[in-house]
Design a protein around this ligand. Structure first.
Ligand code: UFG
Length: 341
């Protein structure tokens, strides 16, 4: 069996951690990334952690001809597709960027996988497809809600493109992994999240505030219908999340018949509030995070967390790292990139 996996967007946050876990599990990887929202230094980080070589191709998956050359050059049966734009707010002001990048790169991938007779595709989806769910936790059967941003809409459309392609062509397998809120860094602190500019997401904002890069964390909203008034999310450790991709690849390469499409929630099964997370960060790392209550952020939902039963039963995967381990790694990574002790 060919044990090479193509990782599009593999220089990015989730992609680089997934590359490490795949290499650790005995796979070879080839990374295709246009470095539009990632840094080449992550490739070095992957090599240092694993002691393995990684093939890296700088390519835009929206450029079909250039992307096809990756298929010409490398044999692989499976691809994991991370390459996409991911800022919810930016997607509202620049919708065409999101529809073009996110849809075209997946369409090209599916098309080339067919053309070159490659079989397995894992798609990087998001819990955002559930919107504000009526019942918590959400299972994979919880109905999707109309997306509230072009970014969220691209995740829904891409899931549908993959589902319909698997059904129509008969030669592909597809798995969509719906991530909840990824956080943390590799325990080595050699790779982690590298947001450009002011972070949109909570954990990089916390770590940058603790490091003195940002003055004060705004906690968006304090009168949500939750026990402490702040929003609740399901924060999943980045290494655990990366391992879910290894489990998905193993399931697809495990000799099943072709043409199946499946969806799995990837979370911890536990909801944590914004205030609880900030307090846990302070406790674990012995640092102070300046914070204030700020108005609600447009588009935020009060609470969501995952039912992860299906991933446990079918993928044999579950989240293992504690919130303390995750927040410790997140802080060590931030200190390392800022040159702090
Ligand atoms: N938050 C703050 N202050 C900040 C940043 C965030 O209070 O400076 C709060 C938000 O209001 C929210 C929580 O922290 O309640 C988490 O916010 P994030 O932006 O980190 O994450 P979201 O839950 O909004 O979105 C994330 C991903 C999306 C994905 C979505 C799926 O960023 O890509 O989860 O649920 F679509």
């Amino acid at each position: 069996m060919n044990k090479r996996v193509l990782i599009t967007g593999g220089a990015g946050y989730i992609g680089s951690h997934t590359a490490v876990e795949l290499l650790g599990a005995g796979y070879d990887v080839v990374i295709a990334d246009n470095l539009s929202n990632s840094d080449i230094s992550s490739i070095e980080g992957i090599r240092s952690i694993t002691g393995r070589d990684v093939d890296f191709v700088e390519v835009d998956c929206c450029d079909r001809e250039a992307f096809a050359r990756v298929f010409e050059r490398y044999e692989f049966d499976s691809a994991i597709h991370f390459a996409a734009s991911k800022a919810v707010g930016e997607s509202v002001s620049e919708p065409l960027k999101y529809y073009r990048n996110n849809l075209l790169s997946l369409i090209n991938l599916v098309d080339l996988m067919r053309e070159y007779g490659r079989r397995n595709i894992v798609f990087s989806s998001s819990a955002t497809v559930y919107g504000e769910a009526e019942q918590l936790p959400v299972t994979e059967l919880t109905p999707r809600k109309s997306a509230t941003s072009p970014y969220g809409n691209t995740k829904q459309i891409c899931e549908d493109i993959l589902r319909d392609s698997v059904a129509a062509y008969g030669t592909l397998n597809g798995i969509s992994l719906r991530y909840f809120n990824p956080m943390g860094a590799h325990p080595s602190a050699l790779i982690g999240e590298l947001p450009r500019g002011v972070p949109n997401n909570l954990v990089p904002f916390i770590t940058q505030t603790a490091a003195g890069v940002r003055e004060c964390l705004s906690i968006f909203g304090d009168d949500y219908p939750t026990p402490d008034g702040s929003c609740i999310r399901d924060y999943i450790d980045i290494v655990d999340l990366a391992r879910a991709h290894v489990a998905a690849i193993e399931r697809m390469t495990g000799g099943r018949s072709k043409s199946s499409y499946e969806i799995f929630n990837i979370g911890t099964g536990r909801g944590v509030s914004v205030k609880e997370l900030v307090e846990a960060f302070e406790r674990v790392n012995g640092v102070k995070v300046n914070r204030r209550t700020a108005p609600k952020r447009a588009g935020d939902i009060a609470a969501i967390w995952a039912d992860t039963t299906l991933a446990g039963e079918e993928l044999g995967w579950k989240a293992e790292r504690s919130i303390e381990q995750t927040l410790d790694a997140a802080w060590r990574w931030e200190k390392r990139i800022r040159g702090l002790k």
